[in-house]
Design a protein around this ligand. Sequence first.
Ligand code: ATP
Length: 292
Amino acid sequence: MIQAQNVSKAIGSQQVLTNITFTVGKGTITGIVGRNGAGKTTLLRTMVTVADPDRGTISVNGEDVFTKPEAKASILYVDDSVEALKNYAVSNVVSLYADIYPNFDRDYFQELMDRFQMPKTKKLKQYSKGQKALFSLILAFAAKPEYVLLDEPTDGLDVIIKKEIMRFMLDEVAKEKVSIIIATHRLDELESLADQIIILTEGKITETFQLDELRDTYKKWQVVYREKMPDSLSDHFYILQQSGRAYTCLAEGNLQELEVELQKTEPLLYEELPLTLEDLFVAKLGGDHIAE
Ligand SMILES: Nc1ncnc2c1ncn2[C@@H]1O[C@H](COP(=O)(O)OP(=O)(O)OP(=O)(O)O)[C@@H](O)[C@H]1O
């Protein structure tokens, strides 16, 4: 388990992180979502001690990462540093990783290279931007860390590869019990992936959501009335969209009771629709916090 407690950091005169507190459990995926400049990268860099906090602590399984090097060694941060190695041969970069990370698994590395059909080039610079991003991920997971921190991991990747990577990450979490923390400004990419979402706004955590709990408390329905939706429903039903007499709404609370309430209003028809993260965010935060 990683725990950040009251982490604060200023860069120059700017307060970049303020009282950041959260927990990441073993074998889970956490999304840190925020707009550009919200402090996501600074938070990840602090977690791997590249940046020092002014206050607060970060621990792995109870051990402080700043005082216990072995605690830090279980976290691997994937940024764009592969770009800096672009003049190196692929084999040299693999050797470098194998030297740094004692659990690096060369067979698994090769398996992943084949799975993602990575071209057998000699130099890293022969990879496209997307292939370099993919290569960084392959290196990271082949190193078999306990925690992987990813900064905008799917930037520059096409839709098909993105989907494959999402599936791959879910497999890794299920199979290897690795925990993944993804910093992103794309909420939609965390759909059906994250267990927990942390919203970072101007360096502060403004919301933390456990997705299981959210899905137990919300339901989305499309409801059509002969005339309009009765006012009696509006307290527990958040209208996401209205088109004439058809409403797409989100119900919050005791969902069984609310469905009975809905039936009592005798709609012409109503049906349940799949819930998306974006719906939840619009309902919960009024749309202001959706990172675009
Ligand atoms: N080395 C630095 N010098 C000065 N300011 C910095 C430095 N690094 C970060 N900042 C400032 O800290 C704030 C947070 O930056 P950070 O890169 O952590 O945000 P981010 O959420 O990762 O943004 P993005 O989504 O654009 O990558 C920004 O306002 C940025 O300008």
